[in-house]
Design a protein around this ligand. Structure first.
Ligand code: RET
Length: 133
């Protein structure tokens, strides 16, 4: 079975700008963020997942247990406090992020040697694809 765990390098990024705009991220930060080649590091320790989004500019990390709501502070992104829950839906790991922004969340899954990530906010969908490092 294909595991999400590992180190992944971004190979495509569609509508990241639309997603960031929906989050209310400034034009200045969006311009910087759009140029970044992101790396995802996904680790699992028992029933705990750790997901790191790494770049030369800024890093962001979350850790969670499946099905257990956690408080997320989106530090360095839109700096909001939200309540997040990650569940499996088939082979997709899906996160619902409850807070000020509607229809906010993400889903990721593996297809072949690629990691697919969709980011949702307020009707905007950003699609990122990563290849195994
Ligand atoms: C960066 C750079 C600074 C500006 C923004 C960023 C966005 C990070 C995002 C991370 C998503 C992480 C997820 C993890 C689980 O799979 C790159 C930190 C806006 C959107 C969904």
């Amino acid at each position: 079975p294909t595991s999400l765990c590992g180190t992944w390098d971004m190979i495509s990024n569609v509508n990241f700008d639309g997603y960031m705009s929906a989050l209310g991220i400034s034009t200045y930060l969006r311009k910087i963020a759009l140029r970044l080649k992101l790396k995802k590091v996904i680790e699992r320790q028992g029933d705990q997942y750790i997901i790191k989004t790494l770049s030369t500019f800024r890093n962001y990390a979350i850790s969670f247990k499946i099905g257990q709501e956690f408080e997320e502070f989106t530090k360095g992104l839109d700096n909001r406090h939200i309540k997040s829950t990650v569940t499996w839906q088939g082979n997709k790991q899906k996160c619902e992020q409850i807070g000020e922004k509607k229809n906010r969340g993400w889903a990721h899954w593996v297809e072949g040697d690629k990691l697919h990530l969709e980011l949702y906010c307020d009707g905007e969908v950003c699609k990122q694809v990563f290849k195994k490092n």
